[in-house]
Design a protein around this ligand. Sequence first.
Ligand code: ATP
Length: 259
Amino acid sequence: MTSTDPGAPDVLRVEHISKTFGTVTALRDVSLRLARGEVLGLIGDNGAGKSTLMKIICGFHQPDGGRILLDGAEVTLRSVEHARSLGIDTVYQDLALINELSVYHNMFLNREPVLLGCLLNNRRMRALARSYLDDMGVNIPSVDVEVAKLSGGQRQAIAVARSVYSRSKILLLDEPLAAMGAKEGVQILDLVRDLKARGEVSIVIIAHNYAQVLEVCDRVNLLQHGSITFDKPTAQTSVKELTDLVVAEYRTARARRGP
Ligand SMILES: Nc1ncnc2c1ncn2[C@@H]1O[C@H](COP(=O)(O)OP(=O)(O)OP(=O)(O)O)[C@@H](O)[C@H]1O
C-alpha cells in the first residue's frame, strides 16, 4: 500500500547525492524516492554504497553534494538526533540495544515516558511496552527479561518496535535479516508486512536475500559502484533478473581487471 493521495509529495527524496571518503567515491549522483507507506528494497554488492546512503539519510554522514527533501521540503540533516527529531529512524545491524537492560527499558531508552511530571515510571513503561509489542504482534515472553537473553529475531523486533513507537515516519532497516535463522527472518518480514498494512510508516530495507526483498517490498533499487542502476516495482522483476544484473557487473569488472 503506498500513498493514498497521488498528489502528495514523496515522504523522502534524495537528489543527486555524492559522497567520497578520501580517494574512495562511495556515492555518485544518487537519487532515490520513497512514497508514503511504501517499502523500498535497496540491494547491491558489498561495497556498493548502501550503508553510506542510509547513513546520509539518517544524518550520520553529511553528503558532499546533492539534497534531501522530506515531504517536499529541503532539509539539512545535521546529526542522527536531528534526523530522528524529523521522524527518520534507523535500525542498524548492531541494533544499539543495551544487552544488560530489560526489554521495557530498551523500548524507552532516552525516551522515558513522563507520568504526573515524574520521569521513569516503571509500571507505566512496562505496561506500555507490553501493549506496543502485543499490538505489533511481537512475541516476547516477558518485558522484564534482559535483551541479552532473547534471540536475534526478538532483539531485532524490539529495535523495530522502538522506532515505530517513537512515531518515526521513515524507518531505515540496514540488513535486518543478516544473521537471522529462518524462523526469526520470517518474524521480521511479518513485522514489516504488518507495518506496511497499517501504512503509517515508510521503510527502506537493505538486504542481500533477493527473494525476501521481493516478498515484502513494493519497489527495488539496485546500487552498483555508488550509482543507482535499476529502479522497478517488485511485481515487474524477479530474483533471476536481480541476480543476473549483479553477476553481469561482477563479470564485467573481472574482465576489465584482466586474467
Ligand atoms: N567511513 C568510511 N571511511 C572510508 N571509506 C568508507 C567509509 N564508509 C564506507 N567507505 C567505503 O565506501 C564504499 C561503500 O561502502 P558501504 O559500506 O556504503 O557499502 P555497502 O554497499 O553498504 O557494503 P556491504 O554490503 O558490504 O555492507 C566502500 O568502498 C567502503 O570501503
